[in-house]
Every structure is written in C-alpha cells, then in structure tokens.
Design a binder for this molecule. Sequence first.
Ligand code: LMR
Length: 392
Amino acid sequence: MLETLNPQPQDKILALIAMFREDKRTDKIDLGVGVYKDPTGLTPVMRAVKAAEQKIWADQTTKAYTGLAGEPAFSAAMIEMILGAGYEDRAAAISTPGGTGAIRQALELIRIANPKAKVWLSNPTWPNHPSIIKFLGMTSVEYRYFDVATSGIDFDGLMADLDGVAEGDAVLLHGCCHNPTGANLTSEQWDQVIALLQAKKAVPFVDLAYQGFGDGLEADAEATRKVVAAFPEVLLAASCSKNFGIYRERTGILVAITSADRKAVVQANLNFLNRQNYSFPPDHGARIVSTILEDAALTADWKAELEEVRLNMLGLRTQLAEELRRATNSDRFDFVADHRGMFSRLGLTEAQVTTLREDHGIYIVSDSRINIAGLNTKTVPVLAAAIAKVIS
Ligand code: LMR
C-alpha cells in the first residue's frame, strides 16, 4: 500500500528551518519561521509561564481526561481576554492543538454546516490556510490584499474582490499582525469591510495568532471585537503559541459565536469534531494560560513581559527602516517601520532572496517575508547592507 505514496509538497516555511540547521556558517541569520527570539537569540520561557507550571506541578492531583471541549476555565479566560465580557450566552468553544488546530476545526465545521461555502483568503496569506482547505476538498477564493508597489494595503482591490462574496461564504480575516505581509487595515477600513460583509451575509472567520505583538494586547483585539459585535455568526481561531511563548505545547481555541438558542447544538458539533479528530485536546498549555489569566499577579507579569517583547520588535523595525534608508540611500523600505507584528514582506524577488541566503547566510521565506524578531541590534545593519547589495 505505502508504495503508492508520492512526496508531498514542502511547506516553504518549514523547509527553511532544515536548510538553516544544515548551514555551517557561524554568522548565519534565521529570519524564517515565526518564532520570537530575544536580543540574545533565545526563545525564552516567559516568567509567568514558569511560575504557572510550578503551580500546576505543585497543585495538580490527576492527569485524568478533562472535557472534550477542554477546560471551561481556559475557554472562559480566552474569550474574556480576546472579546471582553458579554459573550457567555453566545460563544461555543473548544480547546485545540494550537491555532492551526483551531483553523482546521473551523474549516471542518464550515464544511459540515454549509458544504457549498467557499472560503475567501487574502492574497497573500499564511501558506497553511490554502493548504488545509485544499486537503479538506474545500474551495478557496483569493481577495486582493497587498499592494506590492507601496507595501501597504490594496484596499480598492480588496473591496472589489470581496464584492463577489456569496451569502454563507466564509471570509478569513487576520485579526491583527497580518502574516506574511505585516500590513494591516486601519480602523476605518475594518468598518468598511464589516459593512460590505454584512451586506453580503458572509460569515467572518478571524485568525488571531499574534494578539499583543502589534499595537498592544487590547489594541490588537479591537478589530476582532468589532467583527464579533457586528455579525450574528463569527468563527474565531486564536493561538497562544506566540503571545504566551508556548509554541510546542500546542495551545489554541476555536470560538464559534452564534445565537443563544443555537449555542448548545454548535457546542455539540465542536465537541464532536474534537472527538473525531483527536478526542481530548491537549491540556498542559491551556492550563498554563488559565492559571496565568486567573491570577492577577501572574497576569500583570505576563502582560509586562509581552509588552517588552512587542517593544523589542518595534525598536528593531525602527532601526531596520533607518539602516535600510542609509544603506540603500532611498525611502523604499520605510514601510518596515509602519508594519506591525512579527513579519514584513520586503518586496524582493525570489532570486534576491536566494542570493541573501547563499551569499550572506541570511534566511528569509521565498516570498521575501522576514521575521523581525530573528534580528537584534547587531544583525540589523548586516541585513540592511546585504539587502542594499542584492538590490543594486
Ligand atoms: C509562521 O508563519 O512562521 C508561523 O505561523 C509558524 C508556522 O507554523 O508556519
């Protein structure tokens, strides 16, 4: 049987991790996968996470199964953190293995509820979005998003394309810190997108993987809150990998906002999907998160450290924009300072990206996405000089 298998297409982000590992150069720079690194190059365990793990270790008396939906305390704390209070009656939720697990479960829910629904994706988007949709035999449609000329939003193109959304289609929106571009809608643009999607009777599907990495924990939730307030039904996939730094614990949540009288049946469908796909969701990461969010002192410490992380990335953005201005003698890359989140798409050709890797040991995704957090104050000028060289 297994002899019939063919190789699968490589994930371009994960392929880069292997290439970087094999590179023998000691001054190589990894700006590939979206993992935060502090100025010393480490991906630290956050202080509050360590403290929560100690508390769990001391207090936990059993490893017996939790509920199929995961711990209610985790769901409640996450919904409150993302959406604020007031959704208890309308929010069904399950814990999932990471944000990717939540996306997968959301897509399967869409497929059960409306097999004809198309899923609209920004062009570009995180490559795993179209990949999972295709794997599930569903249909995706792209809407324009990024303006290559300005490295900002192609808002006219976006609105023109979303005008083609049919009733019941799902429209995937990055809640903040767009991956891979780093370009984000303004608050007014969100209002216009919401009004258009309301008129189309679409189902918004928000992917929120970087809350706290852009303009702050509250500010980064604003667009999601607006969307959830404006529609009768919304799907929300959120990840704790980045903002809690618990990547390998696989901690995420899928929230389905519905009407109070549909909540029980929606929750039953979410539980069913967990049971079919992996039975009980992982618990440790979710318990770390709820332990932090239920304890005022731990929450304060976690927020303070998350803010340090965010400000470190913002500082690197400013420095990189300045160094690129100097190195290229142009304002071509000024957008780097305006983008938000871990990523910016630089607008380099694939050949230039290859030269950066081969000649300079600098690893960035082939679409020229860089992970800002892979830099430090010493490597920023190195990157700027290398970019100036490859574009000249
Ligand atoms: C990324 O985009 O680099 C991250 O979301 C990690 C991943 O799984 O691709």
